[in-house]
Design a protein around this ligand. Structure first.
Ligand code: LMR
Length: 347
């Protein structure tokens, strides 16, 4: 009997102990919910850095400004967004590795600066493949474009969406470029990558990779004779002050991919991620809308400044360049993949 009583006592104390423990854990859960921002719920308090290399009066910066405005407003100030233009935080040489290290949360590199990470980004410079922003946007928003973005996941980087800038045009200080032979002997700066190097080699010119932040000085000091870029990049960085000739060619493009750090992105809870995504969507809309507008305005300003003689290639002259660049096109069609090229060409 004594044994049974002590057994019952043990069982009773165990029941009391268990129910106390249960109360304690439910209190902890409700305390958590009351705290607001945790990894699971509530808007997380964050400072997000966006770094890029171009000036303020560009589609990239205007899109970034919209991202900042939307994210800060929608989060009631809990998320702060700092934008660093003009290579003021990181430049061409170090922005990618600093994204991988999560020292910056968003960068928007010209895709040619990613060809060392994946050959598919050469698409941007396939000669004369994209006629306008709409064709390029359709490709990068499509299945094949996204497939190329996803290849950066091996670095812990997420490719989110493409922002356009526009077609590139050649400027130089030696002579007007009207046909492939006019490039013979010139040295041009490129954004980098074997494709652009081969392209100029095919046209009898030399090339050098120079970071965007050092380009004005390189042109001014004659380190290179010229370069290829969009009108808004040329005008916002005042390259027309130090370049005598410009040929409107549209032979290659500047397009960007918005990149983020995968760990940073996965660390956002659903509520926070939805706010950041809204900022990205609206920023993308602004960048896409401003690209054409800013390039058109830049052309007018370059004309007004009057330092640079402007030549527009005729259809026949474009055909001559296309023919001269056929070997590069064929080589890279094989390297990038015919299925990808055909998707871009709408075949
Ligand atoms: C350049 O280096 O010429 C451009 O890629 C800069 C940019 O980001 O538009």
């Amino acid at each position: 009997m004594k044994k049974i009583r002590s057994l019952m006592l043990v069982v009773l104390s165990l029941v009391v102990l268990f129910s106390l423990a249960a109360c304690g854990s439910s209190k902890t859960n409700s305390e958590k919910a009351g705290k607001g921002a945790t990894a699971e719920n509530g808007i997380q308090e964050l400072t997000i850095k966006i770094a890029h290399v171009v000036a303020e009066n560009t589609p990239k910066h205007q899109g970034a400004l919209k991202m900042k405005e939307v994210i800060e407003a929608e989060s009631g100030g809990k998320i702060k967004v700092q934008i660093y233009p003009n290579s003021s935080l990181f430049g061409d040489k170090d922005e990618y590795q600093n994204l991988v290290a999560n020292n910056v949360q968003f960068i928007l590199p010209d895709m040619m600066k990613l060809v060392g990470n994946d050959e598919g980004f050469n698409m941007e410079s396939m000669p004369f493949i994209f006629e306008d922003d709409a064709q390029s946007i359709a490709f990068w928003d499509g299945e094949k474009g996204k497939e190329i973005f996803h290849r950066l996941e091996k670095d812990g980087v997420l490719g989110l969406v493409m922002w356009p800038n526009g077609g590139k045009h050649i400027t130089n200080n030696v002579r007007p470029i009207k046909s492939p032979k006019d490039l013979a002997g010139l040295k041009l700066r490129t954004q980098g990558g074997q494709l652009l190097e081969s392209m100029y080699e095919e046209l009898g010119a030399g090339s050098a990779t120079i970071p965007f932040g050092e380009l004005y000085t390189a042109l001014q000091q004659g380190t290179v004779d010229g370069q290829e870029n969009t009108l808004s990049n040329i005008q916002s960085k005042k390259f027309d002050e130090v370049q005598k000739y410009m040929t409107i060619m549209n032979h290659t493009r500047v397009d960007y991919v918005l990149l983020t750090n995968t760990k940073f992105w996965n660390g956002l809870n659903n509520e926070t991620k939805a706010i950041v995504q809204k900022g990205i969507d609206e920023g993308t809309e602004v960048a896409r809308e401003f690209a054409i507008k800013l390039n058109d305005q830049a052309l007018e300003k370059i004309k007004e400044n009057g330092n640079t003689e402007i030549y527009v290639l005729s259809e026949a002259e474009i055909a001559e360049f296309k023919k001269a660049l056929e070997p590069v096109y064929n080589e890279y069609k094989e390297k990038i993949g015919a299925d990808i090229i055909e998707a871009a060409e709408g075949k």
